[in-house]
Design a protein around this ligand. Structure first.
Ligand code: 5GP
Ligand code: ZN
Length: 136
């Protein structure tokens, strides 16, 4: 399904032109218009899913296989020193376009891309609470 009000649906399906690095029946890979670094790309499914929670497992698996292939190709072509593969779900997580996408962010030694956080500490209490909710 497509969402008529979704810009990434239009881009993924070619209704709005984009700098396309790769396309197949399920995905289009484009350059991000506001790149964090040289070569920052986005993997867009052609079908509309707002986020990972809505996406079928099979397509999510395909997306990661494609991310792995694109990352390898980009590393060779751009000669970057590293690569962040990341994906935001929900406003709280920094998502701004509500059509699932994966970021491929080439990293260069000493670049200024700021994908860091302040490490907290895992208390016994928190660990037990989370394990009781999730483990097993
Ligand atoms: P999010 O914050 O939702 O994970 O990422 C959205 C990304 O989409 C941002 O990196 C932003 O620069 C990019 N973006 C937003 N609108 C467009 C657009 O129209 N075309 C392209 N190529 N990228 C876009
Ligand atoms: Zn969409």
């Amino acid at each position: 399904m497509k969402d008529v009000n979704c810009i990434f649906c239009k881009i993924a399906n070619g209704e709005i032109p984009s700098a396309t690095l790769y396309e197949d029946e399920d995905f289009r890979v484009i350059l991000d218009l506001g790149p964090a670094s040289k070569g920052h790309a986005l993997i867009l499914p052609k079908e509309h899913f707002a986020n990972v929670f809505e996406m079928p497992e099979e397509l999510a698996a395909k997306a990661f296989v494609l991310a792995k292939r694109m990352a390898a190709k980009m590393k060779d072509a751009l000669d970057c020193d590293g690569m962040n593969i990341l994906q935001n779900n929900g406003t709280a997580a920094g998502q701004t376009v509500f059509h699932f996408h994966m970021h491929l962010i080439p990293r260069y030694d000493n670049d200024q891309v700021g994908l860091t956080w302040i490490p907290g500490s895992l208390s016994e209490e928190m660990k037990e609470e989370i394990l009781s909710k999730l483990a097993g």
